[in-house]
Design a binder for this molecule. Sequence first.
Ligand code: FAD
Length: 517
Amino acid sequence: LSSIAARINLCSDLPFNSPSPSESNSFDDTLSLRKLNFDGHISFDELHHAAKDFGNRHRHYPLAILHPKSVSDISTVIKHVFQMGPTSALTVAARGHGHSLQGQAQALRGIVINMELLKKPEMHVHAGKQPYVEVSGGELWINILHETLRHGLAPKSWTDYLHLTVGGTLSNAGISGQAFKHGPQINNVHELEVVTGKGEVLNCSEKQNADLFYSALGGLGQFGIITRAKIALEPAPMKVKWIRVLYSDFSVFARDQEYLISSKHTFDYIEGFVIINRTGLINNWRSSFNPQHPLQASQFNSEGKTLYCLEMTKNINMDEAGTINQDVETLLSQLSFIPSTLFMSEVSYLEFLDRVHLSEIQLRSKGLWDVPHPWLNLLIPRTKIHDFNKEVFGNILTDTSNGPVLMYPLKKFKWDNRTSAVTPEEDIFYIVAFLSSAVPSWTGKNSLQHILAQQKRILDFCKKSNIGMKQYLPHYATQEEWKVHFGSRWETILRKKHAYDPLAILAPGQRIFQKAM
Ligand code: FAD
C-alpha cells in the first residue's frame, strides 16, 4: 500500500491544486481535447460558471467544460486523460449542481463535466413490489420528486434541499430527517452505472461489481463518475402534518429526540435545530404554522435564550386521514417540550420536501443567496453531545443570526458500513450543521472572518477533547487530516483509489489525492 501511496501523490500542505500546469502544457492539452469526438461538445470559454460553487469562497478556473450528451462522452474524455498519463496535468471533476462548499466540484485547469446536461437514461419509474426510479447521475432531486409523485411514489430518503443532483448527494451521503428510519440516500440505491478513472463504463450493485458500487457511494467522487442510478421508492403520502415544538433544556430535548428515533411507532421525519437569542422567533413561524395555544404562544419570549426546536412530520395517507390527529396527539403526549410552543401545519408532501426552496427564492430576491457560505457539518457521538452542546452553545456561539444550526440524532446501523461514508464509532451520533451565511453587515464587521474564527474554536474543542467527531461534507488541507478522517479505512481507500482511479484524475477539488506528474 505504501507503493500505491507513493504513486498517487497525497494531498500535502501545498496550496490547493498545486502544482498547476504550465501555459504550454495547457496549450497542448487544449489541442488534444479539440481533436476528440463527442455527442455533446467541449468548450474552452465561458468558464466562470464551473469555477464557482455555493460556498462562494473558492474559485478555480478549468481549462475546459464538457457538455455531455452521452455516457460515452464522459468515458471518452476520461480515457483520453488516462492515456496521456503523467505527462499531462489534466484532471476531471464532475459538476452536479455546484452546491459544494469548498471547491469540491472544481478542477484547476482541468476538465469540468456539466453533469446536469447528461439526460440519458431518461427518467423512468418502475412500479411494482419494489418500486424504483432510474435516473441520470446529473438529475436534480426536485425533478425526481415531481416525476415519481405522478405515479404516487417518492424516494424514501432525502436532503433538506432538493436542487442538488443525484451524483452530488450520493458522493457524500444525503442526510435529512428520514435518515433515522431509512438510512441516508446512499442506503437507498439499487444499482449504479459508473465511469471509472480509466474511462471504463461499469454497472454495479450489491451483486455485480460490489466493490465499485460501495466505493462510489459516499466516495467523494474519488472512484468514478456516477452516470446512472436506480433509486428505491415507496408510496408517497398525500400530505404531512408538520410540527414544531421548543425546549429550553438540552437534556430533555436530546432524550426526546433519541426516544423518537428509537421507537417503533414514531414520526416519519425528525430533525432539530438550535436557536440562540432570536427575537420574534415565534412570530416568524406564524406565517406557516398555527400555534396550538395562541394566547400562551404570543406571550412566549425567545430573546436572550438558547432554545432547541424539535421538528417532526407525520405522513397523512389516504386511509389514515381520520386517525392522524389522534396518532399525533399520542406521540406528542410522550414528549416534554414547553407546552405553549406547540405549532402545527398541514401541507402537501411536495410543499414540505421542497420547503428550503421558498427560503432560496426570498434570499435571492434580497441578493442574499450568492454570499459566501462557510458551512461546517459535524457528526458527534451521542455520549459526547452534552459536552459539545455545553461548550459550543454555552461558550462559543452567542447567537444564531448567521444562519440555521441543525442538530438531530442518527442511528449508525442504518448506515451500510460497506459504503465509503465515514461516521463516528457509536450506535447513535448527532449531525450538527452550522449553515452560516457571511452577509456583509452594516457594522462593517467582517462576518466571514468572524464565522471562520468561531468554527476554528469549535474544531479545536473537538480535537482537544478527543470526542471522536467526523466531518460530514469533509474538507481538509493535509494528508494527515484525511488519514485521521478515514481512520482504519484509509488503507482500503488507497486500495480502491489504485483500482479505480490510479492516476488520481477524478474530483481533484476534494484535495485527497493529487495527480502524479
Ligand atoms: P456538486 O457540488 O456539483 O459536487 C459535489 C462533489 O461530488 C464534487 O466532488 C463532485 O466532483 C462530485 N460529483 C458530482 N456529481 C458527481 C457524479 N455524478 N459522480 C461522481 N461524483 C460527482 N446535504 C445533505 O446530506 N443533506 C442536506 O439536507 C443538505 N442540504 C443542503 C442544502 C443546501 C442549500 C446546499 C447548498 C447543500 C446541501 N447539502 C445537503 C450538501 C449537498 O448534499 C452536497 O453539497 C452535494 O454534493 C451537492 O450536490 P451537487 O449536485 O451540487 O454536487
